[in-house]
Design a protein around this ligand. Structure first.
Ligand code: PHE
Ligand code: FE
Length: 287
């Protein structure tokens, strides 16, 4: 992910990448990956978009241990022309967008400790690689990620990164997708989280609302807890088509004066799959 006001760490290249240094992972670190992988692999098959399971398979990600980025990139390159590169932590927005625009996914190389198994502040390699990389083997999703990077470079010039970042948040990180009458997971922040992979689909608390580009770009999000609203896309094809066909510049112009929507707002013209009780969010406020 991206941030601002960052200083490039010594030892990183001009594009902020570092060697993954796969040989230096300890047995405990590989075991942590395996533990996290086993938990999600058991829960996800019935809940996640089938393309995610296909990606795990195409990329042979179910083998034990932390994946080696060079090997992963070889397989990904053959599937969709993407690569995975290591970075030391957060990178500046424009560096992040530029990598995506060139079909390079930036991933952290560190893995959480046992104390952080269910909660950590910064994305680790399990979130970045298990959460994000399988769908990069899907041709349409892969094109969406590249288009997002190009859109980011443009948004940066227009001073509208905050609005565009909401699109990333509510699709790439926390998106839900329709599968016939059912909903499935595809956002990396959900599929890499033991708790949220259940909550996002099953809990009566959050809203589940049909995806609408402008609506999403107006809506705040929370980074400290489970989401209060998830947005549901029809298909990756539809997401890619809508975002490619729409010129964001006029939307940015209209959003510049619009008020932001709150994380739990439900509007009269929303397509509502679930009008959430918000019981979970309220219980967290009281405690
Ligand atoms: N069409 C968008 C624009 O005009 C670019 C974009 C494409 C942004 C796909 C996000 C995802 O800026
Ligand atoms: Fe992420």
């Amino acid at each position: 992910m991206a941030g601002s006001d960052l200083i490039r760490p010594p030892g990183s290249a001009e594009d902020w990448t570092v060697p993954q240094d796969w040989a230096s992972y300890t047995p405990d670190e590989h075991a942590m990956w395996d533990t996290l992988f086993a938990r999600q692999a058991e829960m996800l098959p019935s809940r996640v978009v089938p393309a995610f399971m296909d990606g795990l398979d195409i990329l042979r990600m179910s083998r034990p241990g932390i994946p080696d980025f060079d090997e992963l990139s070889d397989r990904l390159m053959k599937a969709t022309g993407w690569q995975v590169v290591a970075v030391p932590g957060l990178v500046p927005d424009e560096v992040f967008f530029d990598h995506l625009a060139n079909r390079r996914f930036v991933a952290g190389r560190f893995i959480r400790t046992p104390e952080q198994i269910d909660y950590l502040q910064e994305p680790d390699i399990f979130h970045d690689v298990f959460g994000h990389v399988p769908l990069l083997a899907h041709p349409v999703f892969a094109d969406y990620m590249q288009a997002y990077g190009e859109g980011g470079l443009r948004a940066a010039k227009l001073g509208m990164i905050k609005q565009l970042a909401r699109l990333y948040w509510y699709t790439v990180e926390f998106g839900l997708i329709r599968d016939g009458d059912a909903l499935k997971l595809y956002g990396a922040g959900i599929v890499s989280s033991f708790g949220e992979s259940r909550f996002a689909l099953d809990d009566p608390s959050p809203n589940r609302i049909g995806f609408d580009l402008q609506r999403v770009m107006r809506t705040d999000y929370r980074i400290d807890d489970y989401q209060q609203t998830y947005f549901v896309i029809d298909s990756f094809e539809d997401l890619l088509r809508q975002t490619l066909e729409t010129d964001f510049a006029p939307i940015y112009a209209s959003l510049a004066d619009a008020t932001d929507l709150k994380t739990d707002d439900v509007l009269a013209d929303d397509v509502v799959f679930t009008h959430g009780t918000q019981a979970y969010a309220h219980s967290r406020l009281e405690s």
